[in-house]
Write a protein of this length. Structure first.
Length: 57
C-alpha cells in the first residue's frame, strides 16, 4: 500500500508539469492516478489529490 507521502509526491510531480502539457492530458493523467490510488487505498481522498495537482503556485 502506498502512503500519504507517495500521494503528495505524485501530485507535486504532476503539478510541476501543469504549465508544460495540455490541460486535457494532465486531467486524464490525474484521473488515472486517482483510479489507481483508490483501488490501493479505500481511504484515498481523490478531491484532495485533484486539488493538489491543479493548485496554482
Amino acid at each position: 500500500m502506498m502512503t500519504r507521502k507517495d500521494y503528495v509526491q505524485t501530485a507535486d510531480i504532476l503539478n510541476s508539469y501543469s504549465k508544460d502539457i495540455k490541460q486535457e492530458v494532465l486531467e486524464d493523467m490525474a484521473q488515472d492516478f486517482i483510479d489507481m490510488f483508490a483501488k490501493d487505498n479505500p481511504n484515498f481522498r481523490n478531491d484532495i489529490f485533484w486539488n493538489s495537482v491543479f493548485e496554482e503556485e
